[in-house]
Design a protein around this ligand. Sequence first.
Ligand code: ZN
Length: 287
Amino acid sequence: MQWRGRRSSSNIEDRRGGGARRAGGGLGIGAILLFVASIFFPQYVPLLQMVGLGSGGGGGGGSTYTQGNGVDDDHSKFLGVVLADTEDVWSTIFQENGARYQPPTLVIFDKRTTSPCGPASTGSGPFYCPADKKIYIDPGFYDVMARRLGAPGDFAQAYVVAHEVAHHVQNLEGTIPKVDRYRRSVSKTEANQATVRLELQADCYSGVWTNRIQRGKQVLDEGDIQEALNAAFQIGDDTLQGRSGGHVDPASFTHGTSEQRVNWFYKGLRAGSIGVCDAFGPNYGDL
Ligand SMILES: [Zn+2]
């Protein structure tokens, strides 16, 4: 991806260089945590479910943290440019639909920090917190993607940002609160299936975003699309469960199979329009 020298978003909150100094607990009430990495690290799934049910965290008083130390490195520049690209694309799409896009803030942290959705760590992976409309990313996670998950490349990294921004879009559209309510009223398996649909729609939106930045700015390099498709494949539930040596249990899927993730990304990519990202279908009409 050609990103050097392009506009960087100002909606970046750099918490590195001191990290989070806990002065209180996270809240985690009523929030759906949408870790990309809850599936990268299956051991974190119980945490996800706990917080997702609204019982996570505790304590009050908020939290304080030191502001970034001004480290002006490639990670923050890259993330700033990708975030700016999401702002441009989603502002246009919202405008096309007669609405105004409110961009999220992207928090860059180092090892750990706090969020209203609970604590964040490198291991928990990137996620979007609907409660404060912020995306949390530790750039160290990109090493994990490249080395442990077989998903290298700058556009694989851009796809992760695009996916989390897609959750923000779903939040603005009211889909996340709807799915959250639905999940509370159904069985565990049905709740997981609704989460899968939310994730596949986010992958489709990521494909739409990819289409739009390429059409509008021609910033993709050869191999970029392949990097994103490969990342989507590598983080499919079946592939991750298989890699971890465990038994593959479709009822526990929360993000979709590799094939589904690739297909939904590709669907959005081909169309360049969110109309095709109808992952919920008629059965979810009463969400
Ligand atoms: Zn997600």
